[in-house]
Write a protein that binds this ligand. Structure first.
Ligand code: HEC
Length: 145
């Protein structure tokens, strides 16, 4: 009887330690993943961004080839306002005011190495990503016409 009791205490003790270290490990993992994601996205540009001057040429040079009038990869078209606002097969690709949660930004910043836009050729520079972020954070204003 007494022996069984000791064994029980031993087991619950070990279980408790295993649990605690599992939780600690989980917390470290979450911190690491979160930390990496945050670090991977370059900061937003500080200045005021203008869609026609700063953003449209960037889309044109780097995205229209696959997201323009002739091809709409992933169901996404970035050369027309209403199409761009609707997003692609996966829904909206940016949310005004929330650049860090916008898929468009995550993809150009290569947060997930498996989904990077553009998928071939040069990545966007930190400066270009900063402009896109600032544009989204400043309300993603896209003038009609
Ligand atoms: C060489 C072709 C090509 C270029 C250039 C390109 N993309 Fe893509 N894009 C794709 C393909 C293919 C998909 C769909 C497959 C996928 O999701 O991996 C896609 C999907 C996307 C999606 C997800 C659409 C959805 O709703 O699922 C976003 C956002 C996106 N691209 C943004 C961009 C941006 C921004 C640029 C320019 C900086 C760009 N892409 C340049 C080929 C391209």
């Amino acid at each position: 009887m007494g022996g069984g009791h000791v064994l029980f205490r031993l087991m619950t003790g070990t279980f408790g330690v295993a649990c605690a270290s599992g939780m600690a490990l989980g917390a470290v993992l979450i911190q690491t993943v979160w930390g990496t994601e945050m670090a991977a996205i370059p900061p937003a540009a500080k200045r005021e961004v203008d869609f026609i001057k700063d953003i449209q040429p960037l889309f044109k040079d780097h995205c229209y080839k696959c997201h323009g009038s002739s091809r709409q990869e992933g169901g996404l078209r970035l050369d027309r306002r209403d199409d761009a606002l609707n997003g692609g097969d996966g829904g909206p690709v940016f949310a005004a005011g929330k650049s860090d949660e916008s898929r468009l930004i995550k993809y150009v910043a290569a947060v997930d190495p498996d989904v990077v836009m553009p998928p071939e050729g040069d990545k966007l520079s930190d400066e270009q990503i900063g402009l896109l972020r600032a544009w989204i954070d400043q309300g993603a204003k896209w003038p009609k016409d």
